[in-house]
Design a protein around this ligand. Structure first.
Ligand code: AHR
Length: 362
């Protein structure tokens, strides 16, 4: 979802998104020409401050046409999780379960095991059970049809952490809202960290998240667009690492071999970055020195890697959705207007705050 398309709140300081105009970079394992310019001096990102969160967008319509939720007690609630293969997913599920249990709500959770067909059949099974509310963390934007089916069955659907294709399932109509981080902004924040790490001169391997997942699409766009400001920074190759440590490692191993001149790795999440760090070590190079690595999430192992100097920075993408998910559901049940897009606030972990942030991380 491109949050640039939504007008910012009047009177609220707005993070400049001017660096994000246009879209580019290589993808799908294709190679781009090597970085050419001398970099640093001409790269405004290299000395830029962290742009921080984007502000909550305004002008977002409220969810007026989605199925209503009139029950306020004795609710049956279901959550379709797309995978449980990394600490981020486990933390998200735990946060949902913890909040449900605090509120005395029984939460049925399904796990799609990172398999799109399984998530579609999980959701069909949940629709048949007719829960009062359905939370869905979509694996990719392509599960929009089954989201629409749930809405058509009269179930209020709340999307968590990833979005679906709005051409198929309309926010505020087929589903109530999507609660997520601003992934384009995350990509931009990562680009600023990468520029600082490399002085604005880098040949970058980009490890993308699962193809078709909204964070993979938007984190690529945010990063690739931002580094266009710097002629010395180029993504020399970009490939799907499926958001997992094992795939991140194997893809990084291959790409480090095919691009021995690479000086940096941008990973769309910490798990892939940690896999990439292992791959860097395996070829006898030093992560943080020979190859600068930047990623997104802020999981415990990622923050530890920042504290150890192996990962330059990780932009937070919080998985702790429980409180906001259930309070949004309560607002909706109580007839309060609910915007069709709700954006999380995230921080940044660098060498300055990493050691102090490890204990609180998941
Ligand atoms: O949708 C959020 C992303 O999905 C997180 O960055 C990643 O770790 C997870 O699998």
């Amino acid at each position: 979802m491109d949050l640039k398309k939504i007008a910012p709140l009047a009177g609220v300081a707005v993070v400049s998104l001017s660096l994000l105009a246009g879209c580019g970079g290589s993808s799908g394992g294709s190679s781009a020409p090597a970085a050419g310019g001398s970099g640093g001096a001409a790269c405004p990102l290299a000395t830029a401050a962290d742009p921080g969160n984007s502000e909550a967008p305004s002008g977002v319509p409220t969810a007026d046409k989605a199925p209503k939720l009139t029950k306020t007690s004795g609710l049956t609630v279901a959550f379709s999780q797309n995978a449980s293969n990394n600490p981020w997913r486990l933390a998200e599920t735990a946060s949902m379960q913890e909040e449900a249990s605090k509120q005395g709500i029984k939460l049925t959770v399904t796990d799609a095991n990172n398999d799109q067909s399984k998530q579609i059949s999980d959701i069909k099974g949940l629709i048949a059970q007719k829960p009062d509310v359905l939370f869905i963390a979509p694996i990719t934007e392509q599960i929009a049809n089954v989201v629409k089916d749930a809405g058509a069955a009269g179930i209020p659907v709340f999307l968590l952490d990833r979005d679906v294709d709005h051409n198929v399932a309309k926010p505020g109509q087929d589903f109530v809202t999507v609660i997520q981080s601003d992934f384009i902004q995350e990509g931009k924040r990562a680009a600023v960290q990468m520029a600082a790490a490399t002085g604005g001169n880098a040949k970058i391997i980009e490890l993308e998240g699962t193809t078709g997942a909204s964070p993979a699409i938007d984190r690529k766009k945010g990063f690739d667009d931002a580094i266009k400001e710097c002629s010395g920074m180029q993504v020399v190759v970009s490939q799907d690492g499926d958001f997992t440590r094992a795939k991140g490692q194997s893809v990084a191993e291959t790409l480090l071999q095919s691009h021995p001149d690479a000086t940096a790795i941008y990973a769309h999440n910490d798990e892939m970055a940690l896999g990439a760090i292992a791959a860097v070590k395996a070829i006898g190079k030093v992560p943080g020195q020979d190859i600068k690595v930047v990623s997104i999430d802020g999981e415990k192992d990622g923050i530890k890697a920042v504290a150890a100097g192996e990962l330059y920075a990780t932009v937070e993408c919080s998985p702790r959705f429980g409180p906001l998910a259930f309070s949004t559901m309560a607002d909706y049940a109580g007839g309060k207007p609910v915007p069709t897009l709700i954006v999380n606030k995230d921080q940044l972990f660098t060498k300055d705050n990493a050691a102090a942030s490890v204990d609180a991380a998941y």
